[in-house]
Write a protein that binds this ligand. Structure first.
Ligand SMILES: Nc1ncnc2c1ncn2[C@@H]1O[C@H](COP(=O)(O)OS(=O)(=O)O)[C@@H](OP(=O)(O)O)[C@H]1O
Ligand SMILES: Nc1ncnc2c1ncn2[C@@H]1O[C@H](COP(=O)(O)OP(=O)(O)O)[C@@H](O)[C@H]1O
Length: 199
């Protein structure tokens, strides 16, 4: 039996529209996707700081952190990654409902799972950002030494080595972290968000 059987949805009188008016800004998800070491966390954190300074209420959901708590029961099989992204999609939707901007930094390697999250949200609530960086450069950076471990057979199912990464086909935005500095990537994103009246 599905968990939702015999459960009734309650509409809340304090809607996200009221919260957006109070916050004086739109609420939406900036969904960063890319290989390990591509720069998702770095760019998301810098953008969060920038939005905060501009008075925009926001929160970063980061793969490593979420896997310490909410998702500490999940590993890196295809099934677990799918469940990881499903839960984060739902959590992101709650943040949007609360009137905040949420920045997510998950590898989210599968197109289908990213599309599921996109479809959970309204069209003006989901911005997919492909953090593009060649795997050679990610491996060269190897900020956590994980590529080295994967090459030595100490980690299996590592994205880009022995687990796939499906590149976004039509992301709303691409940042190329091997060509531009973190600051430049953040400026490019701020321009995108401003031009389209997200902020
Ligand atoms: N097998 C394997 N493959 C990829 N990544 C691994 C793996 N094992 C551990 N790690 C560390 O976990 C971080 C990725 O977690 P995510 O929740 O973003 O992954 S996923 O979206 O469910 O694919 C990832 O963080 P980032 O480097 O920030 O991407 C790694 O630090
Ligand atoms: N333009 C850039 N944007 C983001 N990170 C960059 C950039 N150039 C170099 N880096 C470096 O690349 C690494 C990216 O690591 P991280 O942000 O943890 O990636 P991810 O979250 O995708 O695993 C960091 O050491 C960061 O300093």
């Amino acid at each position: 039996m599905a968990a939702s059987t015999n459960v009734t949805w309650h509409d809340l009188s304090l809607t996200k529209e009221f919260r957006r008016v109070q916050n004086a800004h739109h609420s939406f998800v900036i969904w960063f996707t890319g290989l390990s070491g591509s720069g998702k966390s770095t760019v998301a954190n810098e953008l969060a700081n920038r939005l905060y300074k501009d008075g925009i209420s926001n929160y970063v959901l980061d793969g490593d952190n979420i896997r310490h708590g909410l998702n500490n029961d999940l590993g890196f099989s295809e099934e677990d990654r799918k469940e990881n992204i499903r839960r984060i999609g739902e959590v992101s939707k709650l943040f949007v409902d609360s009137g905040q901007v949420v920045l997510t930094a998950f590898i989210s390697p599968f197109k289908e799972d990213r599309e599921i999250v996109r479809n959970l949200l309204e069209v003006d609530e989901f911005i997919e950002v492909y953090v593009k960086c060649p795997i050679e450069e990610c491996e060269n950076r190897d900020p956590k030494g994980l590529y080295q471990k994967a090459r030595n057979g100490l980690i299996k199912d590592f994205t880009g080595i022995d687990s796939p990464y499906e590149e976004p086909e039509n992301p709303e935005f691409v940042v190329e972290t091997d060509r531009f500095s973190t600051e430049e990537c953040v400026e490019q994103l701020v321009s995108y968000l401003t031009e389209r009246n997200f902020i």
